[in-house]
Design a protein around this ligand. Structure first.
Ligand SMILES: [Zn+2]
Length: 79
C-alpha cells in the first residue's frame, strides 16, 4: 500500500505499509516490536501498545508508524 491523501489546505500526507522486523513478548503490556521505516529504512523499537495506539515516531524522518494506518508522513512539495 502506498497512498497519498491531500486535505483541503492542499497538504499531502503519505501512507505506506511498515514492516515489523522483530517482536519481544513481555508481560504487563510491555511487549515491543521493531519496525522498519518504509521511507528511510531506520529501525525503531516501539511498545506494542503505542504501535497499536497513537503510533511511534521515526527518529530520522519523523514518519509516524502505527499498526492500523501504516507509516504516515507529511509530503513537502518543493515543485
Ligand atoms: Zn523514517
Amino acid at each position: 500500500m502506498n497512498t497519498i491523501i491531500t486535505n483541503k489546505q492542499g497538504k499531502k500526507t503519505e501512507y505506506k505499509d511498515n514492516e515489523i522486523v522483530r517482536r519481544i513478548s513481555r508481560a504487563n503490556g510491555k511487549s515491543q516490536v521493531q519496525i522498519k521505516c518504509p521511507y528511510c529504512g531506520t529501525l525503531v523499537w516501539a511498545y506494542s501498545f503505542s504501535f497499536g495506539g497513537c503510533g511511534k515516531k521515526c527518529p530520522k524522518c519523523g514518519a509516524i508508524h502505527s499498526r492500523l494506518l501504516g507509516s504516515i508522513r507529511e509530503v513537502n512539495d518543493e515543485s
